[in-house]
Write a protein that binds this ligand. Structure first.
Ligand SMILES: C[S@@+](CC[C@H](N)C(=O)[O-])C[C@H]1O[C@@H](n2cnc3c(N)ncnc32)[C@H](O)[C@@H]1O
Length: 293
């Protein structure tokens, strides 16, 4: 016997309850997004026509999305894309799903480079390419180099650069941090490296632990391993006055600022994200240009 037909409003309520019961924190928001995607609806369509009936194909899609989300697969992975900054990016399997908090790094870069926009940008650990794509989209005169050790991430960076029409201004290299980079120097060096202490990985939310790759998360015994590896080579890569920006995890800003100072860079401040957490550490190579973040 065919299942009874449901209206959009009924489907939305049932899905929200199903996600709540499965322990999904953002049950109502996720239900709305997945219902809209399953039925091809705009926000307005859903608000103005809640009594329209779902077709069989829409029910099938919704049921497959619901099964994925109750297994804690994030909405962006189910739908294969997410908004970051002003861009719509592909979210690929085995590549970190870019986070809204990382937009703090983009805002900081724009603010600290307002008077002297960079012409050369280096993104170490580019993942999906979220950071390099956002920065190149803001500075049409700039060229970028993106490096990642993961072949999946390198492919995703290239895919998103193409999607954003930025490929002609960027080069993607597979390698261990800056090891493969030659004599070129950069005005802006950015990185959101893995920064979770190895011992904390098992306690992460399932949305993260089961779907983001360990290579993108594991920062070694104290979570600072990647910062040490990257910062040790920064002065070789930076033009005089270059800005370096690092995303950091909880409680790491002081340690990362100290690593930067020990490497000969001038601390230029710590910036908090919208949740009030210290999120970005800034430093300058030499004293040219404004320093304060
Ligand atoms: C936290 S993710 C950041 C991804 C992306 N930049 C973002 O903000 O969404 C860290 C990235 O560093 C890469 N990575 C880890 N170890 C690396 C290494 N030794 N050399 C280069 N990249 C590395 C991972 O593959 C991953 O893509």
């Amino acid at each position: 016997m065919p299942a009874a037909e449901r209206t959009r409003a009924q489907a939305l309520m049932a899905l929200t309850q199903q996600f709540d019961a499965a322990g999904v924190d953002t049950a109502a928001e996720d239900a709305r997004l997945l219902l809209r995607a399953a039925c091809g609806l705009s926000r307005l369509d859903l608000a103005t026509e809640p009594d329209a009936l779902l077709t069989g194909a829409e029910e099938d899609r919704l049921s497959s999305y619901a099964a994925q989300r109750t297994q804690h697969e994030p909405v962006s992975r189910i739908l294969g894309e997410r908004g970051f900054w002003t861009l719509d990016l592909v979210v690929a399997p085995d590549v970190l799903d870019p986070r809204a908090d990382t937009e703090t790094l983009i805002e900081t870069a724009l603010r600290l480079c307002r008077d002297t926009p960079p012409t050369t940008i280096l993104d170490l650990g580019s993942g999906s390419g979220a950071i390099v794509c956002a920065l190149l989209s803001e500075w049409p005169q700039a060229h970028g180099v993106a490096v990642d050790l993961s072949p999946h991430a390198c492919r995703a960076t290239m895919q998103n650069l193409r999607r954003c029409n930025l490929s002609d201004r960027a080069m993607v290299m597979r390698g261990r941090w800056s090891e493969a980079l030659g004599a070129g120097r950069f005005d802006l060096i950015v990185s959101n490296p893995p920064y979770i202490a190895t011992g904390d990985l098992a306690g992460l939310d399932p949305d993260v632990r089961l779907y983001d790759p360990a290579l993108a998360l594991d920062g070694g015994a104290d979570g600072l391993g990647a910062y040490r590896a990257i910062i040790g080579d920064l002065t070789r890569l930076a033009t005089p006055g270059a800005l370096a920006l690092f995303e950091v995890g909880a409680g790491q800003a002081g340690d990362v600022a100290a690593l930067l100072a020990a490497a000969g860079l001038t601390p230029a401040g710590v910036v908090r994200d919208l949740g009030g957490h210290e999120r970005v550490v800034a430093a300058r190579h030499g004293l040219a240009g404004p320093t304060g973040a």
